[in-house]
Design a protein around this ligand. Structure first.
Ligand SMILES: C[C@H](O)[C@H](O)[C@@H](O)C(=O)CO
Ligand SMILES: [Mn+2]
Length: 412
């Protein structure tokens, strides 16, 4: 069946084997925070804050580093291909010690690096500028309080050093992504001063030159959050300008814009001006709710743009969702596989024919081809990809999830 379908695609000029090669060499960075509802392992961890919220209380959440690693290993076994781990700083291996954010060092993350090495995967990193008493007023790198601002600068500087060590030890650059919650519930009187302070802080953080083959800096914008409805210091325009000027990677989170504003259309523009893109593939439902990614129009449009613009080699695909109302391993597997299926569908597009039709002004053929493509049996190619990569096919997935739930999660 697969061979027949390959021929069908070839009739449209699509090289299925090439698509499978690209799939196999496109890692997705699995966010650790889906595994424990963004709690982390700090000895004095407080409530989740800074506009981040997780709803649900599905049993079996990871409570320790070992449990989180065990769950990640299970999730990785359910996802075809070779992927990465995306770790937030609050997930350090602190051994029960109180280590404040400005004191984190490579040694606190060494066991994660070793674990990634053992899994044969790369690793990405994030300073955690939230859920901390020094972020309680909603301000970190843009704070007018100099002590607070310096504290978060030190945390981000330390995070970059950890990122560089991760990249060096694993032989694959670590994307270190800075997201800060800074903003205001109500109308600010002086937006500019907050943005100037953020710029100054970022300049200080990035002033140390690190080997780009070890560490890639990224900055992530947001339109609004809970408690920052009227003003977010790190807006899209702010970071677009900053990333372009400083030639850092730009992070686009699919949930960080107006509820009806997609990020797909931004890709062709931003890639003209920034060297690299980090994606936080997410699904906002009415707000930045971080629902599990689906193979929906938004996700498909994002992947289409990466393929059509030929920017996969300059893009780091990460995920950002956290749902505690369902099995957390299923959330990782379903969300990551949805992103992958969307990528596969994009790779199976009759790209040449679509372009030819567009150039010739034949928009009827262009529209028709897009619909024909959806009707082709792409799922047979997906099943073949899962089979070759030793991952369960679609019909096996939930069984594997349930088995692990019974054997492991239900005993926690
Ligand atoms: C944990 C957060 O989701 C993450 O750091 C950030 O990327 C974000 O999207 C905040 O809304
Ligand atoms: Mn994000």
């Amino acid at each position: 069946m697969f061979d027949q379908i390959k021929e069908k695609y070839a009739e449209l000029g699509v090289d299925v084997e090439r698509a499978l090669e690209v799939m196999a060499s496109t890692p997705i960075s699995l966010h650790c925070w889906q595994g424990d509802d963004v709690a982390g392992f700090e000895s004095d961890a407080g409530e989740l804050g800074s506009g981040l919220a997780v709803t649900g209380n599905y049993p079996g959440k990871a409570r320790t580093i070992d449990e989180l690693r065990q769950d990640l290993e299970q999730a990785l076994s359910l996802i075809p291909g070779n992927h990465r781990l995306n770790l937030h700083a609050i997930y350090g291996d602190f051994g029960g010690e109180k280590v404040d954010r400005d004191e984190i060092e490579v040694k606190h993350f060494q066991s994660w690096i070793d674990w990634c090495k053992k899994q044969g995967i790369g690793m990405d990193f994030n300073p955690s500028c939230f859920s901390h008493p020094k972020a309680d007023d909603g301000l970190t790198l843009s704070s007018p309080d100099e002590e607070t601002r310096q504290f978060w600068i030190k945390h981000c500087q330390a995070s970059r050093k950890i990122g560089a060590a991760i990249g060096e030890q694993l032989g694959s650059p670590c994307v270190t992504n800075i997201w800060i919650p800074d903003g205001m519930k109500d109308l600010p009187a002086d937006r500019l001063s907050f943005r100037r302070r953020l710029e100054t802080s970022l300049n200080e953080i990035l002033s140390e030159k690190l080997d780009p083959s070890h560490n890639i800096d990224a900055v992530e914008c947001k339109l609004f959050g809970i408690g920052s409805e009227s003003f977010v210091v790190g807006s899209h325009e702010f970071y677009m300008g900053y990333a372009q000027r400083e030639q850092t990677a730009l992070c686009l989170d699919a949930g960080h814009f107006h509820p009806t504003e997609g990020i797909a259309d931004k890709i062709s523009s931003v890639m003209m001006y920034v060297p690299e893109l980090l994606l936080h593939v997410s699904r906002g439902v009415r707000w930045d709710s971080d629902h599990v990614v689906l193979m929906d129009d938004q996700t498909q449009a994002i992947m289409q743009e990466l393929v059509r613009c030929d920017v996969l080699d300059r893009t780091h695909i990460g995920l950002d969702f956290f749902d505690a109302s369902i099995n957390r391993i299923a959330a990782w597997a379903i969300g990551t596989r949805a992103a992958q299926k969307s990528l596969l569908l994009a790779l199976l597009e009759p790209a040449e024919k679509l372009r030819e039709a567009e150039l010739a002004g034949d928009y009827t053929t262009r529209l028709g081809l897009l619909e024909i493509n959806k009707a082709l049996p792409w799922s047979v190619v997906w099943e073949e990809f899962c089979r070759r990569q030793g991952a369960p096919g679609e019909l096996e997935l939930l069984g594997a999830v349930k088995e692990y739930e019974t054997a492991v999660l239900s005993k926690r």
